[in-house]
Structure formats: C-alpha cells, structure tokens
Design a protein around this ligand. Structure first.
Ligand SMILES: *[C@@H]1O[C@H](CO)[C@@H](O)[C@H](O)[C@H]1NC(C)=O
Ligand SMILES: *[C@@H]1O[C@H](CO)[C@@H](O)[C@H](O)[C@H]1NC(C)=O
Ligand SMILES: *[C@@H]1O[C@H](CO)[C@@H](O)[C@H](O)[C@H]1NC(C)=O
Ligand SMILES: *[C@@H]1O[C@H](CO)[C@@H](O)[C@H](O)[C@H]1NC(C)=O
Ligand SMILES: *[C@@H]1O[C@H](CO)[C@@H](O)[C@H](O)[C@H]1NC(C)=O
Ligand SMILES: *[C@@H]1O[C@H](CO)[C@@H](O)[C@H](O)[C@H]1NC(C)=O
Ligand SMILES: *[C@@H]1O[C@H](CO)[C@@H](O)[C@H](O)[C@H]1NC(C)=O
Length: 459
C-alpha cells in the first residue's frame, strides 16, 4: 500500500480526517536501502601513501589501544593506517590523538570500545560542556577517515546503567563517554563508516574548521526495552566553522544534527533522521555570562520520521543563563512523518516553569530564520498544532524575520492545521495565533495519533 493511502486509512482509524499527502518515492526505509541509494565509493587505492598495519584483537577483551596509537604515529605525516575488513580492534584505554598531521585511516574493520564502565568513568578525558566524557581525542590537520567499517561504542551496558537518569540533571553523577571527539582539527573528514551504539553523543567537534561528514550510518539501538539509548545525538559542536554533512542515515535517541555554541557556515544536505528529538540548533545560551551564536546555516533535503520535533531552535532561559544570537538559518525541503511539532522555537529550555521563564526570559536574538518547503504530517501529540514559535518575552531579545514558505504540514487530528507564534516581529508568511488564544487551546486539546511511520513503497 502506498503511504499516502496508508495515511488516509490511518486517519479514518483515528477518527480524524487528514487530506491525502503525496509522499516522496525513493526514500530509503532502512540501512540497506540507504546504502543502495547512496552507495559509498571506497577510495580503496592508497595513492602511493605508505600503508601501516597493526595487530588486531583476538577477542573482545584483547585491548590493542597501544598498537592503534603506534599505528597512527607511524602513519602520521603522509601515510595511511589500514584497518582491514573482518578485523576487530578493541580499545580499552583513553587515547590522545591530537598530534595528527596529514594522516588517513582506511577503516574497513571494526573499532570497538571495551564496556568497563567504572574504568572509563575514572579514566576517560573530560570536557566541561554538559560534563562530557570522551574515550579519545582526535586533533590536528588534514585528517581523513574513510571506509566501510564500524566504530562501535558498545553502548548497551552504559544505557542499562544510566536508565532512569537525566543528562541535564545537575545532580547526575553517572557520566558516559562521547563516541567520537575532535578538538583543534583543521580539514577533517569522516566518510563511509557506521558509527554504532554510542554510550552518549555520537560526535562532538570542538574548535575546529573545515569538517566534513559524508555517507555515514549512525545508529544506536538497544536490545533492552527499559534502557533506551539516551542522548545519543548524531552531531554536537562548540566553536566550529565550515561544516558539511552529506548523505547520512541517523537512527538514534536524541538530536540529529545539533550544533551548539559558536558555529558559522554549516551545510547539511541529504539526511534521514528516524526517532530523534529533531534537527536542532542548540541548546544555546546555557551558561551564565557566556555569549554564544549560530550563524549562516543551510539544512536541506531532510527526512524526519517518528521524532519529538522536526526543525527546532532551543535557547535557555532562567536566572543564570547566557546570551547571544542565532542568525541566517534556512531549513529547506523537509519531509516529515509523525513528529510531535514539525517546527519548534523553544525559548524556555530546559524544562523550566513558565513563571520562571517569564521572569528570566532568554537573552538570545533570533533573526532571519526560514522554514521552506515542508511537507508531511505530525504525530497528533500536539493535537492540530503543527508548528510552534515561542520567542523570548525579553524586550532586549529580538525575534525577527522568522518566515515560513511553502509550508504544508498536516495534523492527523484534522483540518485546519494550526501554527502558534508568540513574540515574532514582522510577518511569518502564514496565519498564526498566540498560544493563549481560544483557537490554539482548542487545537492543542484535540487528541489523535498515528502509528509508527514506515515508508512505502520501496524504491
Ligand atoms: C535492562 O535495563 C535495566 C535497567 O533499566 C536493567 O536493570 C536490566 O538489568 C537490563 N537487562 C539486561 C538483560 O541487561
Ligand atoms: C587546542 O588548542 C588550544 C590552544 O592552542 C590548547 O590550549 C588546547 O589544549 C588544545 N586542545 C587539545 C585537546 O589539544
Ligand atoms: C563563543 O564566542 C564568544 C564570543 O567570541 C566567546 O566569548 C565564547 O567564549 C565562545 N564560546 C565557545 C564555547 O567557544
Ligand atoms: C524508527 O524509529 C522508531 C522509533 O524509535 C523505531 O521503532 C523504528 O524501528 C525505526 N525504524 C528504522 C527503520 O530504524
Ligand atoms: C547566510 O548563510 C549562507 C550559508 O552560509 C551564506 O551563503 C549567505 O551568504 C548568508 N547570508 C548573509 C546575508 O550573510
Ligand atoms: C540583540 O539585538 C539587539 C537589538 O538589535 C542588539 O542591541 C544586541 O546587541 C543583540 N545581541 C547580540 C548578542 O547580538
Ligand atoms: C520540496 O521538498 C521535497 C521533499 O520533501 C522535494 O522532493 C522537492 O523537490 C522540494 N521542492 C523544491 C522546489 O525544491
């Protein structure tokens, strides 16, 4: 059955009538179809670069961290570390790889971290931002990772032990490492590999310039129903410039591509995100007195399924937060199915009571934001409300030129879909109402649901 028909049937089941929506053909439904549609062409030949090989692990307890480090030292300055297909490389010690210069890693095998959680909690590197831990640190110039291999965070034990906790709870003491961390990297590329089961964020890139992620599969899947892979964001960053993401399949348990403080010139093209918290800018402005910004961003050709949000901007409010701005961000060609809000600007992050948010509103300016060519339907969790712009009530925080163009997101709760906008200066390009209005309240009050979105027909 075609999904457009499927949606019509589902709406009938849920007791609401939604207009049939033309769904795009040729959208991959799983990793195999993603690889078929966007085959990764291995660079294979090593262009006369010296090739370095290292011993691989005999089993899951055979730590080759020292060999991995030695291999990169040997391959550094013009060579290639080769990790052949079918071989396993267990890493059981933190590695400082910030000395790199003109190095390739031809990554066809599997690199996997041990899951000795107490060991890593005592020995991993740390970063003050949201109390991050890191298995290793990469950094330097002209670093290229490519291949058809796997980077495995072995996250299950971490998720099991974290179950019930919250990463943003200031009292949380159970910290989990980031799968891939780079700092002070210039001209860094990662291509082709599968980043799998990170304990926490999947990629965290700090103070780096010229960063590219292409043809990647990023998944975090739990085999334990009571322990979800939490906070496994695909991409987080601080202080980055010139970032490109092309053709990625993301099935994880938090934000998809999610730059945080200080990001300039970001381009994402062709990204599939399933089950995420959305394509988020931020969170931003978390720390008292700190200035942060995101500017000059294009995020285009994105498929977002079964998530909490579609396109989202989140900024902190409260007595001890920072300030800054988000400027010139275009979200374009988004196809969405079963996300709670298809667009959200949340200026009361993180989960603060509305009175506190009103008393200490966000100090972030939001300007020149465009949501263009959005198609699909929401989950019904927000009733007939499909998008919500809640700008800061701070008279000094501008929220200006926030526009919708060619915006066609439906709600399974029926017509008309409602857009909430509060505090936006200037025309939004759509009819929208205040959250306090009777219309918004009635729309939020509707109840309906749709089952998990799968994509049909196959391509
Ligand atoms: C599943 O996760 C729970 C915590 O939510 C944990 O208590 C339990 O041991 C885990 N089950 C297995 C089989 O590891
Ligand atoms: C990055 O560079 C800065 C400035 O040179 C330095 O202080 C910092 O230690 C470097 N970070 C890493 C991980 O090497
Ligand atoms: C972001 O940039 C501002 C202004 O340059 C600076 O004060 C702040 O420390 C930067 N933050 C980070 C995380 O780099
Ligand atoms: C998409 O996400 C949902 C919800 O997390 C999950 O149940 C489903 O298996 C995922 N589908 C794919 C193809 O990964
Ligand atoms: C907005 O950002 C895009 C993408 O980086 C850039 O090409 C464009 O020049 C920026 N526009 C302005 C007015 O700065
Ligand atoms: C926010 O906008 C106001 C008004 O244009 C401006 O005075 C202020 O400097 C801006 N703040 C930042 C952090 O850019
Ligand atoms: C609008 O987005 C859809 C994907 O949802 C895409 O297929 C279509 O080409 C886009 N339209 C334009 C004019 O770019």
């Amino acid at each position: 059955m075609r999904s457009s028909n499927l949606l019509a049937v589902l709406s009938a089941v849920s007791g609401a009538v939604a207009a049939a929506i033309d769904l795009p053909a040729n959208v991959p439904r799983n990793v195999d179809e993603f690889r078929q549609k966007h085959p990764y062409k291995n660079k294979g030949c090593h262009n006369q670069r010296p090739l370095v090989k290292i011993r691989s692990s005999a089993d899951d307890t055979d730590d080759v961290a020292d060999e991995f480090l030695e291999g990169l030292k040997k391959a550094n300055n013009g060579g290639t570390l080769y990790l052949p297909k079918g071989e396993l490389f267990m890493i059981g010690k933190p590695l400082d790889l910030t000395f790199l210069n003109d190095v390739h890693v031809h990554w066809d095998g599997e690199v996997k971290f041990t899951n000795d959680t107490p060991y890593w909690q005592a020995n991993a590197f740390s970063h003050p931002f949201q109390n991050s831990l890191m298995f290793w640190k990469w950094g330097g110039n002209d670093i290229s990772i490519y291949g058809e291999g796997i980077l495995n965070g072995n996250g299950q034990r971490w998720w099991n032990e974290f179950a019930g906790l919250e990463i943003l709870d200031p009292d949380n003491k159970y910290l989990r490492p980031v799968l891939f961390y780079a700092e002070n990297a210039t001209n860094f590329q990662m291509e082709g590999i599968h980043e799998k089961d990170s304990p926490c964020w999947t990629n965290f890139i700090v103070t780096s310039k010229g960063v590219s992620f292409k043809d990647l599969v990023i998944t975090a899947e739990s085999n334990n129903a009571t322990s979800e892979p939490k906070n496994t964001d695909f991409f987080d960053s601080l202080n980055v410039e010139d970032v490109t993401v092309e053709r990625v399949w993301v099935n994880i348990g938090d934000d998809c591509f999610s730059p945080k403080s200080n990001a300039t010139n970001l381009h994402v093209n062709t990204m599939y995100c399933n089950g995420t918290h959305g394509q988020s800018m931020g969170s931003l402005g978390q720390y008292a007195g700190e200035m942060s910004f995101v500017k000059d961003v294009v995020i285009e050709n994105v498929w977002l399924l079964n998530g909490d949000n579609g396109a989202r901007i989140k900024t902190w409010a409260g007595p001890d937060v920072g300030y800054g701005f988000v400027d010139n961000v275009t979200f374009r060609n988004f196809w969405q199915a079963r996300n709670d809000y298809s667009v959200q600007i949340d200026s009361c992050y993180f989960n603060i009571p509305s009175e506190t948010c009103e008393q200490y509103p966000s100090q972030m300016n939001l300007t020149n934001i465009l949501f263009e060519n959005f198609t699909g339907y929401t989950s019904g969790k927000r009733g007939a409300v499909v998008a919500r712009l809640s700008c800061s009530t701070n008279p000094d925080a501008v929220c200006e030129n926030i526009q919708f163009k060619n915006f066609n997101i439906k709600s399974p709760c029926g017509d008309p879909p409602v857009i909430i906008c509060d505090g936006v200066k200037g025309d939004t390009g759509v009819d929208c109402v205040s959250a306090d209005s009777a219309e918004a309240q009635a729309a939020l009050g509707k109840t309906c649901s749709v089952p998990l979105a799968t994509i049909d027909p196959p391509f």
